[in-house]
Design a protein around this ligand. Structure first.
Ligand code: KIV
Ligand code: ZN
Length: 385
């Protein structure tokens, strides 16, 4: 089995389904171009039957994409699938993604028996495959679907010509050990499994989406579905930046790799935050404002001596220029000396001691001491001297 993990980004489909995260046509094209440029393997560009706007965005992205596979979502019916094909067919590498909810709760909605649903899956995947060589099947709510029926749906989809089989944890219910076991068992027991790629699509309701996606890879999945900043319905989807950086930083225990250019992560994270209107939480892994910031004296001192003391990734790996030493009440003398030196002030030890006392007084009053505050402090100091 290959060690390459395909990255399938669904920021423009599942991400955009976050209430309030709607993006304009131009913004969607811009984000798709950034995803294409950073080495994302598959871009799920939208749900073409959902609206004229979604159709136009998927078609526009399909025409513009240079490298990535362009995928559209469709429910398991011929009308959705045909509309999806009309939008993605312009792509150099098009994909149709079709799905139905297979768990008992989801089967009750269209009120289909297991046999009727099995027949629907066969017919729809066959129909999609007659239009497009690259077809992805998803058994929605797979992690709450009875094992026998899940296996049956997967085998039918493979027999009908699906090339990727997605096993969604639609409501973020599964735990990492189950996520790995489920994929491992499907690959071991489903007829035809070795002919297709298994995908993992996790939601973050219990905060386990990243762990579940990586566990699924351990179990044999070779496509991770994710979004920038973990954007997505409810608590969101697996965050692209987290799985990609985890694979890079912990290659020692997870010998798999993606082809994403990690240096482009920060730029797209900021752009998605702006266009979606969903700011990134300060302490968010990889892309949060504080992910590479240090305030406490012990940490700052360690960082100044050897960055590996408190950082497991280099900020440049994700496209930042440098670590930020935030000056505040927890900062120590070493950080103050280094910051002042950056600002052009080289102080003797006794001068630094004086300034340090005044800096601490200021830091007690202010949450963060900015460069302008330090310059003002130095000017006052010069005036006193
Ligand atoms: O979460 C989910 O199950 C989905 C499917 C449409 C793949 O987003
Ligand atoms: Zn989803």
């Amino acid at each position: 089995m290959t060690d390459r993990v395909l990255i399938f980004d669904t920021t423009l489909r599942d991400g955009e389904q976050s209430p309030g995260a709607t993006m304009t046509h131009a913004e969607k094209l811009e984000i798709a171009a950034m995803l294409d440029d950073m080495g994302v393997d598959i871009i799920e560009a939208g749900f073409p039957i959902a609206s004229e706007g979604d159709f136009a965005a998927v078609a526009g992205i399909a025409k513009a994409a240079r490298n990535s596979v362009i995928c559209g979502l469709s429910r398991a019916n011929f009308k959705d699938i045909d509309r999806c094909w009309e939008a993605v067919k312009h792509a150099r590498k098009p994909r149709i993604h079709t799905f139905i909810g297979t768990s008992p709760l989801h089967r009750a909605i269209p009120n289909l028996t297991m046999d009727q649903m099995a027949e629907r899956i066969h017919d729809c995947v066959t129909h999609a495959r007659n239009l497009c060589d690259d077809v992805q099947w998803s058994s929605m709510d797979a992690t709450r679907t009875e094992w026998d029926f899940l296996k049956r749906t997967v085998e039918i989809a493979i027999r009908a010509g699906a090339t990727t089989i997605n096993i969604p944890d639609t409501v973020g219910y599964t735990a990492p050990v189950e996520s790995a076991d489920l994929i491992r068992r499907l690959i071991a027991e489903c007829e035809g499994a070795s002919e297709v790629v298994f995908a993992t699509h996790c939601h973050n309701d219990l905060g386990m989406a990243t762990a579940n996606s990586l566990a699924a890879v351990e179990g044999g999945a070779r496509q991770i579905e994710c979004t920038i900043n973990g954007l997505g319905e409810r608590a969101g989807n697996t965050a692209l930046e987290e799985v990609v950086m985890a694979l890079k930083v912990r290659a020692d225990i997870m010998p798999y790799h993606s082809q994403v250019d990690t240096k482009k992560i920060m730029a797209i994270s900021r752009r998605v935050a702006t266009v979606s209107g969903f700011p990134v939480q300060f302490n968010k892994a990889i892309v949060g404002k504080n992910a590479f910031a240090h305030e406490s004296g012990i940490h700052q001192d360690g960082m100044l001596k050897n960055a590996e003391t408190f950082e497991i990734m280099r900020p440049t790996d994700v496209g930042l220029t440098e670590t930020s030493l935030v000056m505040g009440k927890h900062s120590g003398r070493a950080a103050l000396r280094s910051k002042l030196s950056e600002l052009g002030y080289e102080l003797a030890d006794n001068q630094l001691s004086d300034v340090f006392v005044r800096f601490k007084e200021l830091a007690d009053r202010k949450k963060e001491v900015f460069e302008e505050d330090l310059v003002a402090l130095m000017r006052q100091n010069d005036a006193v001297e």
